[in-house]
Design a protein around this ligand. Sequence first.
Ligand code: G3H
Ligand code: 13P
Ligand code: ZN
Length: 349
Amino acid sequence: MPLVSMRQLLDEAAKGGYGVGAFNVNDMEQIQAIMMAAKETNSPVIAQASRGARKFAEDLYLFKLIEAAAELNPDIPIAMHQDHGNSFETCKSAIALGFTSVMMDGSLKEDGKTPTTFEENVEVTRRVVDYAHERGVTVEGEIGVLGGVEDGHGAGGTGLEHITDPDQAVEFAERTGVDALAIAIGTSHGAYKFTKKPDGSVLKMDVLIQIHKRLPHTHLVMHGSSSVPKDLQDIVNQYGGHLKQTWGVPVEEIQLGIKNGVRKINVDTDNRLAITGAIRKVFAETPEKFDPRDYLTPARAAMAKVVAQRMREFGQAGHAQDYKAIPIEEMAAGYKSGKLDTRPSVAAR
Ligand code: G3H
Ligand code: 13P
Ligand code: ZN
């Protein structure tokens, strides 16, 4: 099946009351792991690539891998998404390549580190929305800034100083017409999110619930949503790694989010940990081995296990064949006619 629009996947998820994990892809083993998990659980797929991934894999290699996944798995709807697009040009080039969804992260300047003003964010996001919707492509925007600088997406600090303001979220949705909105509720990218199991003082689920009440027609996105499970940390450390003890976002909090409008959940770090732990284990236990297949095979299986577990926990499992893919040209017509308009003043009617 051709790649499908992310908006369609999220609309279906909203109807079904479930969330869809968005898993980062940098290489062949990662897309294979995602597809292994999707087949096992019969799940729709959102695969996403950061700018770093596009540079690492080279655009064409990366996109051909996704096309291969779609061709090999005709029964599974797959949306291909640009993660943390930093400019109009980045989003435009992703669309030219064939991505069916882009994130314009206008909460930060092009350097991916310095926060923008609200007006700058609205302006660049609106421009991407106009361009993308004309081509049937979905747009995710971001309002508020994630904490953490581990991967170059976030303003650092605790993140709390950049928690999304619900009034601004409503104004942003109205002025940009984004399909999906990433909000900052205290999470950050990478392994080091929280120093203990997070409670409401650091993970602001109350803010998320408020925003959903005010924007019931906008799909909410949770970034920095790895759970950083202790067993994955332990495997890495058991085989020579040096991770400090840390806490991620508990799955039950994500499930609370899903009950309150979260439809896309971004997970990368958990997969990185699973892959690294599996590779370290092979190196430690069988140091005589040097065929990459000896360690990439268990690494791929370890990632597939994490992804399948998240697909079940987020509720997308079992939903791959619920609907027929809408061609991207039809999505473009839907945006043009106003049928897919999510702006609160329009969608509420
Ligand atoms: O946005 C964060 C993802 O984990 C991607 O990270 O930019 O290092 O590829 P990356
Ligand atoms: P994690 O680092 O928590 O996996 O978050 C990934 C993410 O938000 C990608 O955009
Ligand atoms: Zn992110």
